[in-house]
Design a protein around this ligand. Structure first.
Ligand SMILES: NC(=O)c1ccc[n+]([C@@H]2O[C@H](COP(=O)([O-])OP(=O)(O)OC[C@H]3O[C@@H](n4cnc5c(N)ncnc54)[C@H](O)[C@@H]3O)[C@@H](O)[C@H]2O)c1
Length: 257
């Protein structure tokens, strides 16, 4: 029997280390039969080195999601490796230090604008850049951190994620008539490079592990990666505008323990 993603052509963004959620997703996708093309931001040689740790080495295309030239040229660069795309994973976020860590009231607009540009608007930019390669049955997936509540230290990234959730619903509305699904995976806290750069992020970690009905493993990127793969497969054919929580059930539980 073929894998869940047999024959699928996927574009996966957001690998910077082998702890990246995108790395787990790419590895699982290849194991499930997908052909994977990666994009990398900035330190391309580093991303290429990490890509060699995947079951099959995957090509890496340079993509800064705030760079118009990169976005405009993306479809042609992807076509050098695959003749179309069945799935796209957006696993990208960034906020300047002023936006995280407890100074919510003082972060300047320029920094907030950067956070929203890279972490929110880019979901739309990436979707539009990939559209020429996608057809009916296509799936676009993004990585979320549940934005229904305000958390300590997450600050403007929380606002950016709330925007991402809304962007996802609008994209679902726009792209549904073309047969393209758009969904998010809301992961619990994971010890990746992005998370480690948030001062005080550890405050989530203890409460999450204690409160999540299923418990929570800060080092298990595979659970989120599996959900991404499932959403990019044919097994969610009628699901769009959805947020799938991969957080041990934390979002569903009230109280502190
Ligand atoms: N780690 C967590 O606790 C957690 C929880 C829920 C959701 N998420 C989300 O998962 C996604 C992936 O993060 P991660 O935790 O795997 O961390 P990570 O640091 O491994 O990945 C973040 C990626 O964003 C990329 N990036 C930053 N600016 C970019 C730009 N301008 N253009 C293109 N790429 C850019 C980085 O190169 C990096 O590959 C993010 O959206 C993050 O918010 C993370």
């Amino acid at each position: 029997m073929g894998g869940l993603l047999e024959g699928k052509r996927l574009l996966i963004t957001g690998i910077i280390t082998d702890q990246s959620i995108a790395f787990a997703a790419a590895k699982l996708a290849q194991e499930q039969g997908a052909k994977v093309v990666l994009t990398g931001f900035g330190r391309l040689s580093l991303v290429e080195r990490i890509a060699k740790r995947l079951p099959q080495e995957a090509p890496v295309i340079e993509l800064d999601v705030t760079n118009k030239e990169h976005l405009d040229g993306l479809a042609d660069k992807v076509r050098e490796h695959v003749d179309g795309l069945d799935g796209v994973l957006h696993s990208i976020a960034f906020a300047p230090p002023s936006c995280l860590g407890g100074d919510f009231l003082t972060a300047p607009w320029e920094d907030v604008a950067t956070a929203v540009h890279v972490s929110t608007f880019s979901f739309k930019s990436l979707a539009v850049a990939c559209l020429p390669l996608m057809g009916t049955g296509g799936s676009i997936v993004g990585l979320d951190f549940d934005a229904t509540r305000a958390y300590p230290v997450y600050d403007w990234m929380g606002v950016a994620k709330a925007g991402l959730e809304s962007t996802s619903r609008y994209l679902a509305r726009e792209l549904g008539p073309r047969g393209i699904r758009v969904n998010l995976v809301a992961a619990g806290p994971l010890r990746t490079m992005a998370a480690k750069s948030i001062p005080g992020f550890a405050v989530f970690e203890d409460t999450w592990a204690k409160s999540a009905p299923l418990g929570w493993d800060l080092y298990d990127q595979e659970a989120a990666g599996k959900a991404c793969c499932a959403l990019m497969s044919d097994w969610f054919p009628a699901t769009t505008g959805e947020i799938v929580h991969v957080d041990g059930g934390y979002h569903a539980i009230g109280g502190t323990s």
